[in-house]
Design a protein around this ligand. Structure first.
Ligand code: AP5
Length: 213
C-alpha cells in the first residue's frame, strides 16, 4: 500500500500516520522528521534546510526530491509506505509520479485531512514533542501521563521552534499557496479521499480505516 497523507500543518498527519503504520505494518515517512533529524545532526542537508524550516518556508524542491528518492528505495519500503509531508508542491508530486513509474509502483490513495484553521492554531501552539523518540503530545488534547515528560522514553518534552504562533500562521499561508494545488492534482486521478479531521484521534483513525479497508 502506498499512501499520501495530505493536509495543512497540524491536521494530524503525523498522529494518524503513526496509527496507520502500526495497524498495516508499513513505515511512515515524515519529511519533517527526516529534516529535523538532519538539522539536529548538523549534516550538510540539515544546514541547508534549517533556515527555511525556522521561517515556516518550504525547503527547495530539488533537496526534498533527492532525499525522498533515496528514502523510498530502502528495504523497509518494499511492502509499501505512508508519506507524511510529501509531496508538498506540484513539482514534488510530478517528481514522485516519475519515481513510482520508474520503480514499477502505483499510488493507492491520497487522504486529505481537513480541520478548520482556528483549531489548527490551537493544536500546533499546544503541541509538545519528544526530542529523543519523536512521540507527539498536546498539552490539553493528548497530554503525557506526567506533565512535560515523554510516556515512551522518559525524556523532557519540548516545543518545536516552528510551532510559535507567528510561524504557524506563515506555514498556513505557505500551505495555501504551494500545497493546496495538490488537491486538484490528485482529484484528477480519483485517488483523493477527504476525511473530517475533527473529533477524537481514534474516531478519525476509524474513518481512515474504513477508507483503506
Ligand atoms: P512537517 O514536520 O511536515 O510539518 P507540517 O506539515 O507543518 O505538519 P505538522 O507536523 O506540524 O502537523 P501534523 O499534520 O503532522 O499534525 P500532528 O499529528 O503532529 O514540516 C516542517 C517543516 O519542514 C516545513 O515547514 C518545511 O519547512 C519542511 N518540510 C517538510 N516537508 C517538506 C517538503 N515536502 N517540502 C519542503 N519542505 C518541507 O498533530 C498536531 C497536534 O495536534 C499534536 O499536538 C497532536 O497531539 C494534536 N492532535 C492530533 N490529532 C488531534 C485531534 N484529533 N484532536 C486534537 N488534537 C489532535
Amino acid at each position: 500500500m502506498i499512501l499520501i497523507l495530505l493536509g495543512a500543518p497540524g491536521v494530524g498527519k503525523g498522529t494518524q500516520g503513526a496509527l496507520i503504520s502500526k495497524e498495516y505494518g508499513i513505515p511512515q515517512i515524515s519529511t519533517g522528521d527526516i529534516l529535523r533529524s538532519e538539522v539536529k545532526n548538523e549534516t550538510e542537508l540539515g544546514k541547508k534546510a534549517k533556515a527555511y524550516m525556522e521561517k515556516g518556508e518550504l525547503v527547495p524542491d530539488d533537496v526534498i526530491i533527492e532525499m525522498m528518492e533515496k528514502r523510498i528505495k530502502q528495504d523497509d519500503c518494499k511492502n509499501g509506505f505512508i508519506l507524511d509531508g510529501f509531496p508538498r508542491t506540484v513539482a514534488q508530486a510530478e517528481a514522485f509520479d516519475k519515481m513510482l513509474s520508474k520503480n514499477g509502483l502505483e499510488l493507492d490513495k491520497v487522504i486529505l485531512i481537513d480541520v478548520p484553521e482556528e483549531e489548527i492554531i490551537e493544536r500546533l501552539t499546544g503541541r509538545r514533542i519528544c526530542p529523543n523518540c519523536g512521540a507527539v503530545y498536546h498539552i490539553k488534547n493528548n497530554p503525557p501521563k506526567v506533565d512535560g515528560v515523554c510516556d515512551r522514553c522518559g525524556s523532557k518534552l519540548i516545543q518545536r521552534d516552528d510551532d510559535r504562533e507567528d510561524v504557524v500562521r506563515k506555514r498556513l499561508e505557505v500551505y495555501k499557496e504551494s500545497t493546496m494545488p495538490l488537491v486538484d492534482y490528485y482529484m484528477k486521478t480519483s485517488k483523493l479521499v477527504k476525511v473530517d479531521g475533527t473529533g477524537d484521534i481514534e474516531e478519525i483513525f476509524a474513518r481512515i480505516k474504513k477508507i483503506l479497508g
